[in-house]
Design a protein around this ligand. Structure first.
Ligand code: HEM
Length: 530
């Protein structure tokens, strides 16, 4: 600094005014600063380009030389991005490749800078699901983006932390804990059925997804926190409902806008990013407030005697073999994970099951007959009833096969993985395409035909154990799957018992993968009282 100033002053004539000297120094310093910034940007870009080139070479060697199905033709710069405009068209394109080439592994270059592989057959799914490869959180995609909301909870954590927390959380899904929740599902379903009653009376079509989303959010808030705010009545006027709904939509929106990939751009230069941050802060504050309040009650009064144990009770009291429990931050991350994983996925499964009731009236009649025999004059579904409804269970499973609620997951390989005669290099993302596994023509005959009987007892023995994976499989499978199936069965069973579901003209979608992503754009049905 001293030498810069001295140089400037030396170069000046003796009588230079001090203000002028100051201006000159500032200019020289400014130009140094600009050069430093430009060098930093150039280094950053070069580093990214070199990472990209390395990945691209690996991907190219692994894919082209091994003759696997390629989502192509591949452009040298855009990869396969130019072939589809959104997730719907991506799924459509992939569907036609799987139908024609019947691959077990495919590869695509979905996003700029992110070449990846995908798995679409139970044989290859089995290898990846059984491995302990971590979720793909270091690159673009939903896991990375969602971390700011749900923290390092079960869904995204890995290694020792995931192992320990999974062990501590497993008792929260024991059937003794799940049993009293059936009462909660019935209470929440009562409210849902009353919410749609005016439409049933007037004959007006109802867009089912927003109602169902509130129903599943209400359920998870009651089961996780014993929180009984007027969720379904208030809808988005409830600030937490508003925050969670916005977070879910903003996440999907970011996935479809690769230029918002970088956190700096997203949080500083985009209004969506700023809104995401605001909603995250609110959701965290909401969870923290409830956690701190409950902690105090548990210390002062001990475990609850007048109500069922909820997830929060279990999280707060869980201890590992050294007597160490979860930290406050861990508890918040797990609670937020349940909020996210536990409501949107279930809402999608229920909405598509309702659509399926309308679309397949013959199958709806079979389910209705089973429910009338089972319930007779009872309004509510009991824990015992849940084990005694094969037709409804098969119907729900077939609906989840057809319209897979979580269509894809992704892992990032830490070491090369051999799948059949294909070797996938380390460092690459691998999608597990649950939707394509459910529509692979070598696995599911007439995969586009809705046949719940596929899931009835005598058909099960011949099926590959990894062919039906709506809840994933292996050590990272869905911890909440029994919770979800019970909730879905109560809502669908009671809905069909009370109303006949009919499709609305113009909402009879063709059966194709596009449907999977359509849930949020409206699933309209008509309800007729029985
Ligand atoms: C129909 C409803 C549901 C579906 C289709 C579903 C599906 C899935 C899938 C596919 C995964 C694996 C994700 C991946 O590989 O990245 C998963 C994981 C998970 N799910 Fe679910 N889920 C549902 C409901 C629930 C519910 C109700 C809860 C909680 C109350 C829940 C909690 C979780 C958690 C915590 C994980 C991470 C597990 C781990 O990695 O150890 N899910 N779910």
């Amino acid at each position: 600094m001293y030498s810069i100033c001295k140089n400037v002053i030396d170069k000046k004539k003796r009588y230079t005014c001090p203000v002028e000297v100051h201006t000159q120094v500032t200019m020289v310093l400014g130009s140094y600063l600009i050069s430093a910034i430009l060098i930093a940007i150039a280094t950053y870009l070069l580093w990214h380009i070199s990472v990209f080139v390395r990945k691209y070479r690996k991907w190219k060697a692994a894919s082209f030389k091994q003759h696997i199905a390629i989502v192509g033709p591949i452009h040298p710069i855009w990869g396969s991005l130019h072939l589809f405009t959104d997730l719907n068209s991506y799924f459509k394109l992939l569907g036609s490749i799987v139908d024609n080439e019947r691959p077990k592994v495919y590869c695509a270059w979905v996003m700029f800078f992110f070449p990846n592989f995908g798995i679409c057959h139970p044989d290859s799914a089995q290898i990846l699901y059984k491995s302990s490869e971590p979720k793909a959180i270091s690159t673009a995609g939903s896991y990375k983006y969602i971390k700011d909301w749900i923290g390092d909870g079960l869904l995204v954590s890995s290694g020792k932390k995931w192992e320990r927390n999974r062990r501590l959380l497993t008792p929260a899904f024991h059937f003794e804990i799940l049993k009293p929740y059936v009462k909660v599902y019935n209470t929440v379903t009562d409210i849902f059925l009353n919410q749609v009653k005016p439409n049933a009376e007037s004959g007006e079509a109802v867009d089912i997804f927003p109602y169902v989303t509130l129903t599943t959010l209400d359920t998870i808030l009651r089961c996780a926190f014993s929180y009984e705010g007027n969720i379904q009545g208030q809808g988005s006027k409830h600030p937490y409902v508003h925050a969670v709904n916005r977070l879910s939509s903003l996440l999907v929106s970011r996935l479809l806008q690769p230029w918002l990939m970088h956190d700096f751009v997203y949080y500083n230069l985009s209004s969506e990013g700023r809104e995401y941050k605001k909603c995250c802060d609110y959701a965290h504050e909401f969870s923290n407030r409830i956690i701190q309040k409950r902690k105090k009650v548990l210390i002062e009064e001990g475990p609850p005697t007048k109500r069922h144990l909820d997830f929060l009770d279990i999280l707060l009291t869980a201890k590992d073999k050294n007597g160490i429990g979860l930290s406050d931050e861990d508890i918040r991350a797990e609670v937020d994970t349940f909020m996210f994983e536990g409501h949107d996925t279930t809402a999608s499964a229920i909405s598509w099951a309702i659509y399926s009731l309308g679309k397949y009236p013959r199958e709806q009649d079979i389910v209705y007959k089973e429910m009338s025999n089972l319930l007779r004059n009872n309004k509510e579904i009991s824990w015992e009833n849940l084990q005694d409804m094969p037709q409804l269970t098969a119907f729900v499973k077939e609906s989840m096969r057809m319209f897979t609620p979580v269509p894809m997951g992704a892992r990032q390989l830490t070491s090369p993985m051999t799948i059949g005669d294909v070797v996938i290099p380390a460092g690459v993302n691998v999608d597990v395409n649950q939707h394509m596994i459910h529509h692979h023509p070598d696995v599911w005959q007439e995969h586009e035909v809705f046949k719940p009987e596929r899931f009835l007892q005598n058909d099960l023995t011949e099926r590959h154990p990894y062919s039906f994976v709506p809840f994933a499989a292996g050590p990272r499978n869905c911890i909440g799957q029994n919770f979800a199936m019970n909730e879905i069965k109560v809502v669908i069973g009671r809905l069909v018992h009370r109303y006949k579901v009919k499709l609305v003209e113009g909402h009879n979608y063709d059966i194709n993968p596009e449907l999977v992503m359509r849930a949020k754009h409206g699933i309209k049905v008509k309800l007729e009282s029985r």
